[in-house]
Design a protein around this ligand. Structure first.
Ligand code: SF4
Length: 334
C-alpha cells in the first residue's frame, strides 16, 4: 500500500463532459500543477490503475463503458467523480439522454464539485481518494486473513443490495470472457432480486412439520433459497437454489474476485446442496467458457448432460449430479 500511496495510478474517463472538467483534469498534469512529480500517473489501462476519475454525466453509451472500466480495475479501487455533471448530472441532469451522475452506475467514493472543478480541488479529491483506498486495502487484508472464520448463513431480503453489488462484480469477469454483457445476472435489478427473496419458503419448517410453509402455494421454480458467505460482516460470496420435484437447482454461485481460489465456492456449493436434504439430484448451469465454474462443478461430482445456445457468444452448459446415498451404518457400530 505504501507504494500505491506514494505513486497512485489513475485512469480518467470522459462520460459525456463538455470538456471543461477534462481540461482541468489534464491541467493537473501540466507544469503548473505537475502531479507526476508527486508520483501520480495517468494510465490508459484500467488494470494498472487504483483510482478511477470520471468527468461528465452518464448517458446510455457511457454507462456500459464506465461499468466495464470500473470492473477492470483491480481491487481495492476508488472512484472519484469530478465536476457537477459527474457528481449529480449537473446542468444536464434533466436531459432525456442523461441517467444522472456516476453513482447511477457504479459506487462513487469521492465527489469533487465545481463547474468546472478546479485543478486544486481535483488534486484534493485524489488525496482524499488515497485515504479511502488505504482504508479499503486494510479491510481487504483483514478479510483475507480471516477467511478461516467465514460464516455460511442463510441470506435475507436485507442482504439484497450487497448481494446484487457482489453479483455484478462477480459476473463482470464472465461478461469479459464472452465479450457479451447480456448475461441476465448483470442486468438484474434490486427490485427483482428483492422479489426473489420474498419467494423463499421456510424449508426448515416444511421439513419439520410436513406442512406447507410460506411460499408453498407459488410455482415451485419461484421458491428460492439464498445463502451467503460472510467475513467480518461483509458478504464475499453467495449462491441460490430451488427445488423442483426431487431435483435441486443450483444457481448464481458468486465469489468476490479478490477471494477466489480459496475454497469459498466449493463450500457454498456444499452448503446449498445441504439446504435441500430431500433432493435426490442436483442440477447447475454455467456458460460454456466458464472454466472455473465448470472445473468446480465437475470436481464436485457434476456431469454435463445438456447444452443450449443463449446468445451468439454464450452457450449454457447444464450439469447434473445424483445425490450420493449416505453410507449405511455398519452392523454393531456405535
Ligand atoms: S461540470 Fe461544468 S465544466 Fe464540468 S463537464 Fe459539467 S458542464 Fe462541463
Amino acid at each position: 500500500m505504501r507504494g500505491i500511496k506514494e505513486s497512485p495510478w489513475l485512469i480518467h474517463y470522459d462520460a459525456s463532459s463538455c470538456n471543461g472538467c477534462d481540461i482541468e483534469t489534464l491541467a493537473c498534469l501540466t507544469p503548473l500543477y505537475d502531479v507526476e512529480r508527486l508520483g501520480v500517473l495517468n494510465t490508459g489501462n484500467p488494470k494498472h490503475a487504483d483510482i478511477f476519475v470520471v468527468t461528465g454525466a452518464v448517458n446510455a453509451q457511457s454507462a456500459a463503458v464506465i461499468r466495464n472500466i470500473y470492473h477492470e480495475l483491480p481491487e481495492p479501487k476508488v472512484v472519484v467523480a469530478v465536476g457537477a455533471c459527474a457528481c449529480t448530472g449537473g446542468i444536464f441532469r434533466e436531459c432525456y439522454n442523461i441517467s444522472g451522475g456516476v453513482d447511477s452506475v457504479i459506487p462513487v467514493d469521492v465527489y469533487v464539485p465545481g463547474c468546472a472543478a478546479r485543478p486544486e480541488a481535483i488534486i484534493d479529491g485524489v488525496v482524499k481518494a488515497l485515504v479511502v483506498l488505504e482504508a479499503k486495502q486494510r479491510e481487504m487484508m483483514a478479510m483475507a486473513n480471516s477467511l478461516d472464520q467465514t460464516l455460511y448463513l442463510p441470506a435475507d431480503k436485507s442482504d439484497a443490495p450487497e448481494i446484487l453489488a457482489l453479483q455484478k462484480i462477480a459476473y463482470q469477469s464472465e461478461a469479459e470472457l464472452y465479450g457479451d454483457d447480456s448475461l441476465p445476472a448483470m442486468h438484474q435489478t434490486l427490485h427483482e432480486l428483492q422479489q426473489d427473496f420474498e419467494r423463499i419458503p421456510d424449508r426448515v419448517a416444511v421439513l419439520a412439520s410436513g406442512q406447507p410453509a410460506a411460499g408453498e402455494g407459488q410455482p415451485p421454480e419461484e421458491r428460492i433459497v439464498f445463502l451467503k458467505a460472510v467475513v467480518n460482516g461483509k458478504i464475499i460470496g453467495s449462491v441460490r437454489g430451488y427445488a423442483i420435484g426431487d431435483t435441486a437447482h443450483v444457481r448464481r454461485m458468486i465469489v468476490h474476485p479478490y477471494f477466489r481460489g480459496r475454497g469459498i465456492g466449493r463450500r457454498l456449493l456444499k452448503e446449498i446442496e445441504n439446504a435441500f436434504p430431500e433432493a435426490t439430484h442436483f442440477e447447475a448451469k454455467t456458460g460454456h467458457q466458464s472454466k472455473r465454474n465448470l472445473f468446480q462443478l465437475v470436481h464436485g461430482g457434476y456431469r454435463v448432460f445438456r447444452t443450449e445456445p443463449f446468445t451468439e457468444h454464450i452457450n449454457w452448459v447444464y450439469l447434473r449430479k445424483d445425490k450420493t446415498p449416505a453410507p449405511a451404518a455398519t452392523k454393531g457400530a456405535k
